[in-house]
Design a protein around this ligand. Structure first.
Ligand SMILES: C[S@@+](CC[C@H](N)C(=O)[O-])C[C@H]1O[C@@H](n2cnc3c(N)ncnc32)[C@H](O)[C@@H]1O
Length: 276
């Protein structure tokens, strides 16, 4: 047993363990140690010669990261829209492009103090309903997911942001558990075609959060049908980069006021807003 295990040596050892398996190993070593200690970068830089012990958890994290498990699942934390959310393997890790969906919704709301009723299909970790609720202080949300594991994670986040009075979670498929009239539907549904092979780290994420059917846009079409049938005023939805044409032609003969597609930061088509 070594007597002194200094921060700088720990970082060197972790980097070596991570190096063959993941890119940016030195940076990931710093991030894992910071998460383990709950410290910031300044502490790390100014404490290179500090000795640490009780490192079992850290080394189990390093072993998991070396197998390409996503960093966010290991440290149970993810940043989205400048807020920190709890995350665990039962829910999709929020993606930066979903921040655009939040902006797309907010720019369509004329009165942010209105008592609007929202539904979200596929709430996952809760990030969309929570961020909208934080910006729309009088809006109420019914947030549905087919996965109880995802709902359990969303509940932790909803409680963290003290939003239990305004975001109600319901287990079920699509809008089946929602009988109430709603003003606005939002969704980031699974939209990858079944069988598409993905990067290995995505195998850690719930497959029913990723795959949306044999073509990929089946759930989006079902949601469009619900919007039209229930006469929901607004619908904002994320989609795959190659789904714009199919969605536009699906709506070609339908009755609506406006359909606007939006792109992500890499200039890929990424979603749309429909107004009836
Ligand atoms: C792409 S994830 C989005 C999660 C979260 N809203 C986000 O943006 O990070 C899709 C979510 O839809 C859920 N889901 C899949 N099929 C569903 C269905 N038929 N009805 C309701 N939710 C569904 C999955 O469990 C998953 O949580």
């Amino acid at each position: 047993m070594r007597s002194q295990y200094l921060v700088k040596d720990i970082l060197k050892d972790i980097t070596q363990k991570l190096h063959p398996h993941i890119p940016r190993a030195a940076r990931e070593a710093q991030l894992l140690l910071m998460a383990h200690l709950g410290c910031d970068e300044l502490w790390l830089i100014t404490n290179q010669n500090t000795s640490l012990d009780n490192l079992e958890q850290l080394f189990s994290w390093v072993a998991r990261r070396a197998k390409n498990e996503p960093f966010e699942y290991i440290v149970n934390s993810v940043s989205f829209y400048s807020e920190e959310f709890y995350i665990a393997p039962g829910a999709l890790i929020p993606r930066p492009e979903t921040e655009i969906l939040i902006d797309e919704v907010l720019k369509r709301i004329e009165d942010t103090n209105a008592a609007l009723s929202f539904a979200e299909v596929g709430v996952g970790s809760g990030i969309i309903s929570i961020m909208l609720a934080l910006h729309l202080p009088n809006a109420k949300f019914i947030a549905v997911d087919i996965s109880q594991a995802a709902l359990d994670i969303a509940k932790i986040n909803i409680e963290k942001f003290h939003l239990s009075q305004r975001i109600e979670l319901r287990l079920g498929s699509l809008l089946e558990p929602v009988n109430e009239a709603i003003d606005y539907l939002v969704s980031n549904p699974p939209y990858i075609a079944d069988g598409v092979s993905l990067e290995s780290n995505l195998s850690y994420e719930p497959q029913n959060a990723l795959f949306g059917g044999s073509v990929g846009d089946e759930i989006i079409e079902e949601l469009l049908n619900e919007v039209l049938k229930r006469n929901i005023n607004f619908f904002t939805c994320e989609m795959g980069y190659d789904q714009k044409d199919r969605i536009a032609s699906y709506l070609a003969n339908k009755n609506y006021k406006d359909l606007a597609f939006y792109k992500d930061l890499s200039d890929f088509d990424r979603g749309f807003s429909l107004r009836l």
